[in-house]
Design a binder for this molecule. Sequence first.
Ligand SMILES: [Mn+2]
Length: 197
Amino acid sequence: MTDMKRINVAVFQKPKKGKYYCGDSYFYLETENEFLCAIADGLGSGEYARESSQIVIDIIRKNMNESIESIIKICNEQLFGKRGVVLGILKINFDSMLYSFSSIGNIGIVTANRNKKKKRNIPSSGYLAGYPRKFKVIQERLEKNMNFIMFSDGVNDKDLSDLDIFGNNVENIIKTFQYKSKPERDDDTTLIAMRYQ
Ligand SMILES: [Mn+2]
């Protein structure tokens, strides 16, 4: 089965300097007709940030088949009284050949296609902390050999401009990031590179 994957994925994650816990959590999974990837960044850093982001990721894992709207609503309800999180979710549907994503707060999503066109999405503002919140879900057509880059705000604009976002090997995209970026991170950092074959 593992050789049959349609999305190749590579990940970099590192806590903020001096911290043991990374406040960012992520999850990705490919099923027969769908792929999902999410990054949650708990506000602040350390253990409580980690607790909130992990709650969100656990919910996503259990509700993978729900729509992005429903997933975000469930996550939000479960965060009442906890540290808030910012969240990005990407879902790719291989049957409809459409992908959808939503980002609340500072989770970046960039797409790059084989015609060297790059698109950076503007996230909805705010964060999830148990209160109703407006957000948008964007849906677009999936193209062959398309790259998706998702990242928490530990990845800065300089890091991003150094990335080989059109690269055809996700492992190399991550390796280049590790090589070019500062080893000491000013914030918890998660970078996920994905490619549709
Ligand atoms: Mn952060």
